[in-house]
Design a protein around this ligand. Sequence first.
Ligand SMILES: Cc1ncc(COP(=O)(O)O)c(C=O)c1O
Length: 457
Amino acid sequence: MADRAQTKFVLAEKDIPTKWYNIAADLKTPPAAVLHPGTGQPIGPADLAPLFPMELIKQEVSTERWIEIPEQVRDVLRLWRPSPLFRARRLEKALGTPARIYYKYEGVSPAGSHKPNTAVAQAYYNKKEKVARIATETGAGQWGSAIALASQMFGLQCKVYMVKVSYQQKPYRRVMMETWGASVVASPSPDTQAGKKILEKDPDSTGSLGIAISEAVEDAATRDDTKYALGSVLNHVLMHQTVIGLEAKKQLEKADDEADVVIGCAGGGSNFAGLSFPFAADKLAGKRKKLRIVAVEPTACPSLTKGVYAYDFGDTVGMTPLVKMHTLGHGFIPAPLHAGGLRYHGMAPLVCKLYDEKVIEAVAVPQLATFQAAIEFARSEGIIPAPESAHAIRVAIDEALRCKKEGKRQTIVFNLSGHGNFDMGAYEQYLAGKLQDYEYPAEKIAEALAGVPQVKA
Ligand SMILES: Cc1ncc(COP(=O)(O)O)c(C=O)c1O
């Protein structure tokens, strides 16, 4: 029996999962093919080889349910995993809710978010295949920090294209990456053809994840010693994050509890998938039919709730393969929200497929209500959340208030994907009343959707 006041549910190092969970094994129908951007034909491993090490390409298309986590990867994960699951007793009390709220805290990693879970695995496979240098993009700076850290751990060089608005808002994230040995430029940058093209059209471009991806992909594709690493969206990235949900399920067992609602914020979908896919496995197996799984996105960039389900490019310029996903159009540049990691026009194809099949739900929340939830959380639980993670908190609070209204004692579990200790600029603006909501940009989205390629699904 769990102690009635127990707040932290912790596991031993031996409980770090030894295998990743691959949800592709449990889908009712196979995922849509990935198409070549030039020919429109399904791509094969050889098409991806200039960008990724072969082991990751194999994972990308694997339908094995469980994939072994290499010992050297687990050795690095040991630095912070297993991460704690907290019962948010103080928040529950502040809300006066009968619901039980738990959060899985991924901010305990050295980089401060869930992103190192996949960065370490990706750096390991690159090193194993004798790659010398990694090129990548970063939005909020969390992914860049994670891959800078992981590159350092495995002796790789690292170049980070950082979305300009974040580069300006978060100078200490840049310094963090440089401390771990990475080299960082603001994107769009003059270092690539893609960046130069955007700067010619719009010298004041604040950048976007889509643009930064174009730059990093071009860098990797044009250098023999370099491969590309992506911090979200791809199947293998989502799979590496499932250590979160696998641990959380064990921790809930320790708490003698079972989730009714599982919540994660969704930019490209990786932390959401990491927590929720091991729970979704039960739902797909017909075991937990009533379990609700909710992805939360910003109203300023609502790819699941307002996008179209179609083939589109993963980047802005149109260099990446075409994937079937909920998209706002690859040309869509979201407002400069403080949740930089949620400013992406698309969404992970696996998350989209589950959404399309109604295994998961999605909801969009505005910036001000999100910061209000972040403050409420910080003042009751102590941890100052990343603005991205605060989207999950907003919906966890809304669900807890619904339980209060309905007099239901449900169990709510959300992913606190990172801390916000480098986001003080955003908190300062919120506290000074200077932040604004960005209404659903219907016109801009319609314009960008017109540019989605016409591919028969
Ligand atoms: C703390 C945090 N949470 C969430 C995200 C969104 O990414 P994803 O949807 O891949 O988890 C980011 C992205 O940078 C992030 O830094």
